[in-house]
Design a protein around this ligand. Structure first.
Ligand SMILES: Nc1ncnc2c1ncn2[C@@H]1O[C@H](COP(=O)(O)OP(=O)(O)OP(=O)(O)O)[C@@H](O)[C@H]1O
Ligand SMILES: [Mg+2]
Length: 294
């Protein structure tokens, strides 16, 4: 559904997206992860004809983004990172206006208002942040496009609103929409996506399903320890195990758990540090992300 070849974007001298290649299959939720400024929004904007491609090509639903903009626009719905409905129009007026633009039957407006549980007669500007996102998502699917681009659809939402949007995303995917989802939220990416690409400084540094991504970790065993007091020595003397402090825990990564335990106990003995708990846990997409974007 999405085919990308050497896609590149320069903003003057700044290389924002650097010759990226990937495919998104029909029916997939494709997670696009990356730190701030990595090039996620720029990629979405190029693929949805909102900004010019500097170099490379992309095809959506078989149509060239460069040569067949009209068909591409018919094939996609976009939820941008900023709200793009009219503030002084009500939800229904906004949706009716978009329906008219796309030549969609007006009946669909009422259906979608019901389906998305939207307050039809409230002005868009008066909606809460969460409902603004919901309304924008409703507007993006009004013409029933096969491909949806969602740029940070859950950012800034509270747990319940975020959960509601995630449920909508899953439902839309079940109904057959292929979804390109950018997010900072690793748990959401891991939970919703069939495959994930990680972009860093304009380049794709990892791509695959979550199992494939986790094989990229050189040290695959993750160990969480809770100790009486986190002292500098524990991280400096165990540098080879890539320590990371998270709250009252220290996280280590090892290739061999016995080798780690041996050294860990030596250090705790040497500095008289008491161990409260020690657990091995499965690495997460966040661990992969931290490794490939460091
Ligand atoms: N309109 C623009 N003009 C010039 N530079 C831009 C423009 N838009 C983005 N950039 C730059 O291009 C790079 C990629 O930005 P982009 O917005 O695509 O990143 P992002 O991955 O979406 O980041 P975030 O997670 O913060 O949304 C950044 O260095 C950014 O400053
Ligand atoms: Mg962005």
């Amino acid at each position: 559904m999405i085919h990308v070849e050497n896609l590149t974007k320069y903003y003057d001298d700044l290389l924002a997206v650097d010759h990226i290649n990937f495919d998104v299959r029909k029916g997939e939720i494709f997670g696009f992860l990356g730190p701030n400024g990595a090039g996620k929004t720029t990629t979405v904007r190029m693929l949805s004809c909102l900004t010019k491609i500097t170099e490379g090509e992309a095809y959506i639903n078989g149509y060239s983004v460069k040569k067949d903009k009209k068909m591409v626009k018919k094939s996609i719905g976009v939820v941008q990172d900023t709200a793009n409905l009219y503030g002084d129009l009500t939800v229904k007026q906004n949706l009716k206006f978009i329906a008219e633009l796309y030549g969609v039957d007006k009946k669909r407006v009422n259906e979608i208002i019901k389906e998305f549980e939207l307050p039809a007669d409230r002005k868009f500007e008066k909606l809460s942040f969460g409902f603004k996102k919901r309304a924008t998502l409703a507007a993006a699917v009004l013409h029933n496009p096969p491909v949806l681009f969602l740029d940070e659809p859950t950012v800034g939402l509270d747990v319940r609103s975020s959960y509601a949007i995630q449920k909508l995303i899953l439902r839309l995917n079940k109904e057959g929409h292929t979804i390109f989802l950018t997010t900072h939220n690793m748990q959401i990416a891991e939970k919703l996506s069939h495959r994930i690409a990680i972009i860093n400084k304009g380049k794709i540094v990892a791509i695959g399903n979550k199992y494939q991504l986790k094989t990229l970790l050189k040290k695959k065993i993750k160990i969480e320890v809770e100790i009486s007091n986190i002292q500098k020595q524990i991280t400096s003397e165990l540098q080879t195990f890539s320590p990371r402090i998270e709250g009252n825990k220290v996280i280590f990564f090892a290739e061999d758990v016995h080798e780690f335990l041996e050294q860990f106990y030596q250090i705790t003995k040497k500095y008289n540090i008491k161990t409260k708990s020690i657990n091995t846990v499965l690495p997460s997409i966040e661990d992969v992300f931290l490794e490939v974007t460091k």
